[in-house]
Design a protein around this ligand. Structure first.
Ligand code: SF4
Length: 513
């Protein structure tokens, strides 16, 4: 059974109960869920041994922070060295953590900078093919010019990950032979995020991991890859995963509800509207007046879309400005009827108006005119026009769906006030169950998951959907001491705060001394 995957000489107190429960849930499948409250010291991470033994397919581990990845890499390394099994493990980490050029992007996000360099890299390949005698561009045989950091016209790491080839007059791209070789080399041992760049032989680590994740037995990813509306619908397809065979381990699952609510909430700020206006201007510039004047039939959707956008964006700005000036700092529920009558005044059919808006947002994405700092799984920047549109759709949804709530928030700093609109997800259960009800099995782990019944209602929305297991503290009572501090906290938002860390380490030092 699972002991074949278990990399330790013996089981800890109560650990067999936990591993038995995980093994049963994963092998029974049928969209089963087990929620485990296991205090520090019970060996929660070893649940992956039981999941590996029982799984019908890929294991996905959802974590909230990058530091949790190393804990799983260590556990899998132990399985490699202490058992006969060698499960392959990949992870998906944000570009801001692993892009080798991250520090070179000034005044733009790593996502926007990366999208720009990738586009320019593809242009570079096309021009090399156009100028050369071969219809194939192989990065291994190209002497790429050295460029000054911060002033690059292509990304050398991206370039090495792709081969370009010409077919029917158009240039297409596929993975380079060297990228595939690097992926094969990663299968020789588990690699932590801090060692990844040096193992990639100059090829973009993000591209390498995206490729490896498709083959690996275990993929670690952020909660957002599974539970954010931006990724949720495409992650299974992108990683070529059969959902019925996926087993999900959710680490630190007491965080899941709040994290899912955050991911499924949207804001609309003045900056987003400004960026959306820039996109429309670029779109009009790209098309040129000549095309805008083309035959009524062919150009009608474009003209109508631009007309609607030119009507709605200034109204949204005006709405925000009036709240900025008149509302006290704080939050208030949004009166959706009032909002709608102001924003959509003179428009007979809101649905049709938003559909025309959407046509232009899609065209902006297709023409690579997006301005913004959020990207999708394929690494494309999401147009701000699309984000504004999604927000408007969510306002409509909040009117019909009790798990959403719309509000206005005004905040101030340095004498300046800023207003924003928000659509907040206040009940995460439906968004969590869109995943858990469609996969083989889910294991939710936490050391602070008590009372489990309350968490079940919060995360899953009903009683008795999950099996529940609460393990006792493995440390003898006489060895335990509970102390409280006034200031130190392990809250995620301030964990990296230097003063807070110093406060915590000071308390630990004084206890040891
Ligand atoms: S392609 Fe990779 S290395 Fe190049 S900018 Fe993007 S993330 Fe960074």
């Amino acid at each position: 059974m699972y002991l074949d995957y278990f990399p330790y000489p013996s089981l800890r107190l109560h650990q067999d109960r936990m591993l038995d429960a995980v093994y049963d849930t994963v092998s029974s499948g049928d969209h089963g869920i087990i929620m485990i409250d296991a205090p520090t010291g019970t060996g929660k991470t070893s649940s992956i041994s039981a999941a590996l033994a029982a799984r019908p397919g890929k294991i996905v581990v959802a974590v909230r922070t990058v530091s949790q990845i190393d804990i799983y890499i260590d556990e899998i390394s132990r399985i490699w060295s202490k058992t006969r099994h060698k499960p392959e493990i990949a992870y998906m980490v944000g570009k801001q953590k692993i892009c080798p050029l991250e520090r070179e992007f000034r005044g733009e996000s790593v996502y926007a900078g990366c999208a720009r360099l990738r586009e320019w890299s593809r242009n570079y390949v096309s021009s090399r093919i156009a100028k050369g005698s071969s219809s194939i561009y192989d990065p291994a045989s190209d002497s790429m010019p050295e460029e000054e950091p911060g002033y690059r016209t292509f990304c050398p790491h991206y370039l090495k990950s792709r081969e370009g080839f010409e077919l029917n007059g158009a240039v297409h791209f596929r993975r380079s032979g060297r990228a595939l070789d690097v992926v094969e080399s990663l299968k020789k041992r588990p690699i932590s995020p801090s060692q990844l760049a040096e193992s990639c032989q100059g090829i973009c680590p993000y591209e390498i991991m995206s490729l490896y994740a498709k083959d690996a037995d275990i993929v670690i990813m952020n909660y957002s890859h599974l539970f954010s509306p931006d990724f949720q619908d495409i992650i299974f397809q992108w990683l070529e995963m059969d959902s019925e065979k996926v087993t999900l381990i959710i680490d630190e699952a007491h965080n899941l509800g709040d994290a899912v609510r955050d991911m499924n909430s949207r804001i609309l700020s003045m900056r987003m509207i400004d960026l959306a206006e820039t996109e429309v201007e670029k779109f009009e510039g790209t098309l040129g007046q000549a095309r805008l004047d083309e035959s009524r039939e062919r150009a009608s959707w474009r003209r109508e879309g631009i007309r609607i956008i030119r009507l709605l964006l200034p109204r949204l700005k005006k709405f925000l400005e009036s709240k900025q000036q008149r509302m006290a700092e704080g939050e208030a529920l949004l009166d959706a009827d009032l909002f709608r009558s102001f924003i959509y005044a003179d428009l007979d059919d809101i649905e049709e108006a938003l559909s025309n808006f959407s046509d232009v947002a899609v065209a902006v994405a297709d023409l690579n005119l997006a301005e913004g700092d959020r990207e999708n799984l394929q690494g494309e920047i999401q147009p701000s026009l699309a984000l504004v549109l999604l927000f408007l759709n969510d306002i409509e949804r909040a009117e019909k769906d009790d798990s959403y709530q719309s509000k206005i928030a005004v905040s101030g700093s340095g004498g300046k006030r800023q207003a924003r609109l928000e659509v907040n997800n206040i009940d995460p259960a439906a968004n969590i169950r869109r995943i858990t009800d469609n996969i083989n099995a889910t294991i939710m782990l936490s050391g602070t998951f008590s009372p489990l019944e309350a968490y079940e209602l919060y995360l899953l929305g009903v009683e008795n959907r999950a099996k529940k297991l609460s393990l006792p503290n493995p440390f003898p009572r006489e060895n335990r001491l509970i102390l409280g501090t006034r200031k130190a906290t392990t809250q995620l938002e301030v964990r990296e705060d230097a003063d807070n860390r110093e406060e915590i380490s000071g308390h630990i030092r004084s206890l040891i001394e």
